[in-house]
Every structure is written in structure tokens, then in C-alpha cells.
Design a protein around this ligand. Structure first.
Ligand code: GN1
Ligand code: MG
Length: 343
């Protein structure tokens, strides 16, 4: 494991006072929990993947804007912030690597799969509440860390480009999935329609609402706060509701290799939508109501495209543990999408 002492020193943490554990969190950045040997505060230290987040200062700026807004309008709301280094910058660049640190919220835990309907409803409520609290903050003050992040048309075009450049071998092994993703192309058309005809209100969204991006309170087992602020940006509710449907409707996660665990739990479907709409109370629009069923398909399809594209591109984006990992992830998304589309 990497020696983090030089990085910690730049955050004014002297060597020998803290230890660290690597945390399996996310497919992009590398995350460490830093804990004090003497029992002081703990932190989360992240090495940012700058191949993907090419301008990490955008994230710092967005988080500062949101954090200030929330402090002013919702002072009781728990939201992390980035800790300045000794030079006052929240980003530390060392040996070509970029780091940032934030407080670790004690007495919390995160989960990779949802067990109870109640957890699902509360989580959906919490993510919706986040968007709702920011509904009077001008979304154009934020700069997306990744341009066109949830632009389904772009994801589709990236998939087509990957088909052109992929090796024969990868094309052959992904043949069935390639056909299926073409069969769902109408979902891209629906997205284009939404954007070009301005069918949905632009909101500030989290854009990575998978279930392990929420912290639960060890005492109450209720959601305490949302984390992973990398992709907070202007967008549509279908991203946030959609990713929750994608990651919370079945017991298995996107890496799971047991199809039985990828079956949709109908009661969870209704609970997530109920929780989300309640969290959006007062600002939810009838236009949005029309796209509730589209949301889950939109995000699951996009994720299938993204995993398959990465497989075809020889795994340049997502961390993988074995050769066909991205292909298997895409298969899971497709299996799930087939169910969603026939609900
Ligand atoms: C990535 O790294 P993580 O888990 O926070 C990805 C999301 C995907 C997700 C799939 C910046 O998020 O869009 O939904 O993997 N983030 C980026 O698990 O691409
Ligand atoms: Mg993320």
C-alpha cells in the first residue's frame, strides 16, 4: 500500500500520528480512511483520477458553492467539505498525483445493497431532498466536472465509435450484448426529445446516486448524509431517480454473478418513487411525473452502454478485477433493463 505520509504532511498531519486503510469505494478514484493513532478525528483522503476528472478544481469550486449555500439556507444539513492544505488549497498535487481530504463522518456506515423497503424509501427521499434544497440556487453557477456526463446521445455515439475500433475478439465475445443494446436505441430518441423540446426542468442533481453514496447512522439506521460530490451538476431528475432504481431494486450489485440476485423487487420500485417524490415536495412537476418509468431504463441503459463501451475499448475507464469484468457488468445491466422495460 502506498506511503501517504508526504501527502498527509501537506495537510499538516505529522508522520507517525495517523494510520490508513484503503477503502473499496467507487470505480474511479482511490479512497483511504485516515485514522488517528491517538484517537483524534478521522479523514477520508482521495487520490483523484485525473484521466477522468481532468480539472478537479471544478469539483472543489462546485462543492464550495453548494456548501456555502447550504450553510446559509439549511445550516443543520450535514454536508462534507474539502479540508485546505497548508498552502490553503484543497487540492494537493504530489508527484503528478492529485489528492484531497475531507472529514470522515463517525458512527456511520455505507451499504452496497439495500435490504429493506424502508431503507430504499428513505434513501430516495434523501437524494430528492438534496436537489430540492438546491432548487433556488442558480444551476448555471456550477461547472460540470465532466462535460455531457449523462448525455445519452453522447454515450450512444461513444458506443458506436468503440464498435468501430474494437478488436475482433472483444466484438465476438460481446456480440449478443451489442445486438441487445441496438434494440433499445429508442431510449436514446426519448432522451433527445426531452433535451431538444425542454420537456424536463433543469435541476441541480447529484448524478451518482448509487446506494453506496449515502451514509447511514449506526444508531438510527437512517440516512445521515449523502457523499461523493464529484458529479453534482445541472441535470434532470431522471439521472438521480434512475440510478437509484438501477442500484436499489435488486439485491445484487452491478458486479454480482448470480442472476437470481438481479430480480426486481416490485415493492421497492414503488417505495423509491414514493420517497423521491416526497423529497421533492413542493417543486415536483407533472412533467416529471411522465418520465418516472423512463428514469430507471435511461440510467440502466446508459450504464450498460458505458460498461460495454469500456470493454470494447480494452478497459480504459473503469477499474476491473478480471478480463471480462466490464462485459459481465454490461450483461447484468442488460438483464436488469429487460425486466425494467417490461414492468
Ligand atoms: C463511477 O466511481 P464511482 O463508483 O463513484 C461512475 C458513475 C457510474 C459508476 C458505476 C465519474 O462512479 O457514473 O455510475 O461508476 N463515475 C464516473 O458503478 O464516471
Ligand atoms: Mg462517484
Amino acid at each position: 500500500m502506498q506511503n501517504l505520509n508526504t501527502i498527509l504532511l501537506q495537510f499538516d498531519i505529522p508522520p507517525g500520528t495517523y494510520e490508513w486503510d484503503f477503502i473499496q469505494a467507487g470505480l474511479i478514484n482511490s479512497t483511504y480512511k485516515i485514522y488517528s493513532i491517538g484517537g483524534g478525528n478521522s479523514y477520508l483522503l482521495q487520490q483523484i483520477n485525473t484521466n477522468i476528472f481532468t480539472e478537479p478544481e471544478r469539483i472543489s469550486r462546485n462543492v464550495a458553492i453548494i456548501s456555502n449555500y447550504l450553510k446559509h439556507h439549511f445550516p443543520d444539513y450535514l454536508f462534507g467539505h474539502f479540508i485546505p492544505s497548508k498552502t490553503g488549497n484543497t487540492l494537493v498535487v504530489d508527484n503528478g498525483n492529485t489528492w484531497r481530504m475531507q472529514p470522515f463522518f463517525e458512527n456511520t456506515y455505507s451499504i452496497n445493497t439495500i435490504q429493506t423497503v424502508e431503507q430504499a424509501e428513505l434513501t430516495a427521499y434523501e437524494f430528492a431532498r438534496f436537489s430540492a434544497m438546491l432548487s433556488n440556487l442558480d444551476s448555471s453557477t456550477l461547472t460540470p466536472a465532466i462535460h455531457d456526463f449523462h448525455n445519452l446521445e453522447l454515450r450512444w455515439n461513444q458506443f458506436l465509435a468503440a464498435l468501430k475500433s474494437a478488436s475482433e475478439e472483444r466484438l465476438a465475445t460481446a456480440q449478443n450484448e451489442i445486438v441487445t443494446l441496438h434494440n433499445f436505441q429508442h431510449l436514446v430518441g426519448m432522451y433527445t426529445d426531452i433535451v431538444s423540446n425542454k420537456l424536463l426542468p433543469l435541476r441541480i442533481i447529484h448524478a451518482d446516486t448509487k446506494i453506496n453514496n449515502i451514509l447511514f447512522d449506526v444508531a438510527t439506521h437512517r440516512p445521515l448524509c449523502i457523499i461523493d460530490y464529484d458529479t453534482i451538476m445541472p441535470g434532470y431528475f431522471i439521472s438521480d431517480l434512475g440510478d437509484m432504481l438501477r442500484t436499489m431494486l435488486c439485491i445484487g450489485d452491478e458486479n454480482c454473478n448470480d442472476k437470481k440476485q438481479l430480480l426486481i423487487r416490485n415493492d421497492f420500485y414503488h417505495a423509491i418513487i414514493r420517497g423521491y417524490k416526497n423529497g421533492m415536495d413542493g417543486i415536483w412537476s407533472s412533467l416529471e411525473d411522465r418520465y418516472v418509468d423512463y428514469a430507471g431504463q435511461f440510467m440502466t441503459y446508459m450504464q450498460a452502454l458505458r460498461f460495454l463501451t469500456d470493454y470494447l475499448n480494452q478497459d480504459i475507464y473503469y477499474k476491473i478485477n478480471y478480463e471480462t469484468h466490464n462485459l459481465d457488468r454490461a450483461k447484468n445491466q442488460i438483464y436488469f433493463l429487460n425486466q425494467l422495460s417490461s414492468l
